[in-house]
Design a protein around this ligand. Structure first.
Ligand code: PLP
Length: 499
């Protein structure tokens, strides 16, 4: 690693990325390539001799960029954004530059201690109860993603309970979630050894805005206990993926408290909003849960991958996940945090640097304003949808997500017009649920094919809905208004065609 060459190439890459961001709106938001587009375009085996950074950058421009769906585009309204910032990207460069292993305290005390500090800072900003902070016996860790947070906490919960009731009862353990919980939980339960038949997905309905109903949970647990099963773990979500529904933590905790279950709160998206006093209520009741996670890589300008997890009693986790080898210990006599015992892998990146840069470069007040500005943009979009009677807002808007669709009534109206037109060939058009879904699906495909925006969908209680998520770092009101114009224009087109 030659430091002069590093500087030269580094400047070129920073220039390249700076231009990328300057021109990001020129690209089709969703990549337009077909599967296997790269095969044949690039050599099938690695070069024997070194190639220049100029040649490599040229290939990135030519072959990689067209295959990108531009996650940082201000015209991406799909999924929940994974946003980053100057601080997030540069923090990552420093992290990669140091490239410490960070698995135990001794492998870089700064990596461990800065992570402790940042997790306490963030915990305080979120007004987490003191027992979640290192300063009061709890603590936090930055995992890569929610799946890792769930694997670690579910494993800890499993081991704790099996120690109490005996290993032979493994097959009786039951995990609870709702039918809106992120699919990571099911995958993790499978990895941890919980059978599919022992995962209870509590059905949600529009009546509770798709939040988990405490009474339904109580009934499910009671029925499992009658059947000789053992309730183990509840994953509640604050801000579900389909509609940003919120499971009522306080009430759910009351239901499960007598069963000694582990409660994890997944606030992957909505957690960031809880730094604003007006949204902090979303995690009311958090003092009663065992663990809480939110993704700073979603709505907190940190860039992938940065899932922050706090636990009130980390020792339960470390008892389960400790991995030891004498070479991993330093010669320090003090009790230290060894993050290898809090996670799946041993080695780990210095992710805390990134988050530390984000917090310092922006400041908490600006991070709050940033979230509030996105909520305001989403409310503008919601208002525009509500004012156009061809559309309906599907579910209560939470934070910066608007779920909407072409309304069945617009299709009924169209059906009436077609029949009144006296066209002999006009047959009765079915406007059943299936047809409404198909029209909305075709509508969204049309919108996305323009390449000017990218919106994704969810299917909730059998209904196909479009999810308009505001949250890109570079997003401004003009992007939201442009997207709405596009949506309206495509509605003019699709509603003028036969169903
Ligand atoms: N949980 C919720 C509620 C989510 O919305 C998502 C993704 O959108 C995830 C978990 C998984 O995200 P990741 O794998 O980035 O942690």
């Amino acid at each position: 690693l030659d430091s002069d060459e590093f500087r030269r190439q580094g400047h070129m890459i920073v220039d390249f990325l700076s231009n990328y961001y300057r021109n990001i709106e020129d690209y089709p938001v969703r990549s337009e390539v077909e599967p296997n587009y790269l095969s044949g375009a690039l050599p099938g085996s690695a070069p024997n001799r070194p190639e220049s950074i100029e040649a490599i950058l040229e290939d990135i421009r030519k072959y990689v960029v067209p295959g990108l769906t531009h996650s940082q585009s201000p015209n991406l309204f799909g999924y929940y954004q994974a946003n980053t910032s100057t601080a997030g990207i540069l923090g990552d460069i420093i992290c990669s530059g140091f490239n410490v292993m960070g698995m135990s305290w001794v492998t870089s005390p700064a990596a461990t201690e800065l992570e402790n500090l940042v997790m306490d800072w963030l915990g305080e900003i979120l007004k987490l109860p003191k027992p979640f902070l290192f300063s009061s016996g709890g603590g936090g860790i930055i995992h890569g993603n929610t799946g890792e947070a769930l694997i670690c906490t579910l494993t800890a919960a499993r081991d704790k309970v099996l120690k109490e009731i005996g290993e032979e009862k493994f097959s009786q353990l039951v995990v609870y979630c709702s039918d809106q919980t992120h699919c990571s939980l099911e995958k993790v339960a499978h990895i941890v050894g919980i059978r599919a038949r022992n995962i209870r997905k509590i059905t949600t309905t529009k009546a509770t805005h798709y939040g988990m109903c405490p009474d339904a949970l109580r009934l499910a647990i009671a029925s499992d206990i009658r059947a000789g099963l053992v309730p183990l773990y509840l994953c509640a979500t604050v801000g579900t993926t389909p509609t940003c529904a919120v499971d009522p933590i306080e009430e759910l905790c009351k239901v499960v408290e007598e069963f000694g279950m582990w409660i994890h709160v997944d606030a992957a998206y909505a957690g960031a909003a809880c730094i604003c006093p007006e949204y902090r209520y979303l995690i009311d009741g958090i003092e009663s849960v065992n663990s809480f996670s939110f993704n700073a890589h979603k709505w907190f300008l940190s860039g992938l991958d940065c899932c922050c997890v706090w636990l009130k009693n980390p020792i339960v986790l470390t008892r389960s996940l400790s991995a030891d080898a004498s070479y991993l210990h330093g010669d320090t006599k003090e009790a230290v945090i060894n993050y290898k015992d809090w996670q799946v892998s041993l080695s780990r990146r210095f992710r805390a640097l990134r988050l530390w840069l984000v917090l310092r470069s922006h400041g908490v007040a600006n991070l709050r304003k940033y979230i509030q500005s996105h909520v305001r943009l989403a409310s503008i979009f919601e208002q525009l949808v509500a004012e156009d009677d061809r559309f309906e807002v599907f579910s209560k808007r939470r934070l910066a997500l608007v779920c909407f669709r072409i309304s069945p009534s617009a299709l009924y109206k169209k059906q009436g017009e077609t029949q009144r037109s006296g066209d002999d060939k006009a047959e009765a058009i079915s406007t059943d649920d299936d047809t409404v879904n198909k029209v909305n699906e075709a509508f969204l495909q049309r919108i996305n094919r323009t390449g000017r925006v990218f919106i994704t969908h969810a299917v909730v209680e059998g209904t196909y809905v479009m999810r308009f998520a505001v949250g890109a770092t570079l997003m401004e009101e003009r992007h939201v208004r442009m997207a709405w114009k596009l949506v309206q224009h495509q509605a003019d087109v699709i509603l003028s065609e036969p169903i």
